[in-house]
Design a protein around this ligand. Sequence first.
Ligand SMILES: Nc1nc2c(ncn2[C@@H]2O[C@H](COP(=O)(O)OP(=O)(O)OP(=O)(O)O)[C@@H](O)[C@H]2O)c(=O)[nH]1
Ligand SMILES: [Mg+2]
Length: 391
Amino acid sequence: MNIGTIGHVDHGKTTLTAAITKVLSERGGAKFTDYAEIDKAPEEKARGITINSSHVEYETDNRHYGHIDCPGHADYIKNMITGAAQMDGGIIVVSATDGQMPQTREHLLLARQIGVKKLVVFINKVDVITDPEMLELVDMEMRDLLTTYNFDGENTPVIMGSALSALEGKNPEIGVDKINELVKACDEWLDLPPRDLEKPFILSIEDVFTVPGRGTVVVGRAERGVCRKGDEVEILGYGTKLKTTLTGIEMFHKELERAEAGDNMGALLRGIKKEQIRRGQVIIAPGSMKSVKKFQAQLYILTKDEGGRYTPFMQHYRPQLFLRTADITIGLSWPEGTADADDKMVMPGDNVEMVCSPVHDVALEPGMRFTLREGGKTVGTGIVTKVLEYV
Ligand SMILES: Nc1nc2c(ncn2[C@@H]2O[C@H](COP(=O)(O)OP(=O)(O)OP(=O)(O)O)[C@@H](O)[C@H]2O)c(=O)[nH]1
Ligand SMILES: [Mg+2]
């Protein structure tokens, strides 16, 4: 299953990710991936923050995990959303020194909206805490916050430790022992995702590369169904509707015959040029889904305390739609027949049903969740209720 680390900037997500691989490598379940290998881009090194989400993998006694370490910095929420969209469960990291901070809250909300059902809490940096009451307070606040965002705050495992101690091999009682406890909590508390392998195949495209001598490789997560080498597939979205053949499947640098729901994979496509592909499109079993130009959705507009807008908006407002890996400008308007549509305001904190018209078509179905963003912040979340117009 796929999990990962989310939470406020500098609270220790990357350190924890490195620490988990270190501790599990000692048990033979991982390759140790050091901090510098996770935050490896020059800008990440220079600034000491994560910008791109990165993938590592490890095994416990009974599970294989793909783990995505997400950035916490508010400027890179976009990367956090695409990272978290691939998670079946997660670890929310909160520093005992700060307690919950704005992106602790925003990440919880987004994780919920994206469909992450369960989280484990890791209260980090306990090595620098002298007052045990502080830890109790953070524990209580985190449970409250989880409950606020519709997680099971009461029963969620909360582990207190020091990722840095574990990584440096110091203070085993708050270091390695707590990592083992965390991993055990993940095994026991996080549910294996329902793998609806029966349904038609969908992969949401995250990235595309040209591999010399081989062709175009598309990277993304298989959301449902199964694909096999040699399958006919269709590429949809952003004005594109193409048929091709899946000539190769790759996962964690291994060539495979098949991939299934939940897998992060590379797909080699016959006769497709890199320029024909972009992030946000999907690869599907031919004919199994359609691309949409207009749909209706239930929206929740965040308050300013949740990181949202300070001011109301009217119809024809144009935020960015983040749906799977797609990032598209959309226009919002009131459903036909709404009285005084041009004077109606939407206030931060409102729940409203509106018509969404993306500037590019996108493959979607009722029930899908998405996020609305504007000028670098999340302003709303939504769920598709009805398709109004197909391409
Ligand atoms: N004292 C102490 N410091 C820690 C601990 N864990 C991480 N740190 C330090 O906190 C700082 C931030 O750690 P990161 O792991 O980069 O934090 P992050 O959450 O990944 O940050 P972003 O990805 O940029 O959001 C670094 O200087 C770490 O060494 C810990 O358990 N104790
Ligand atoms: Mg980081």
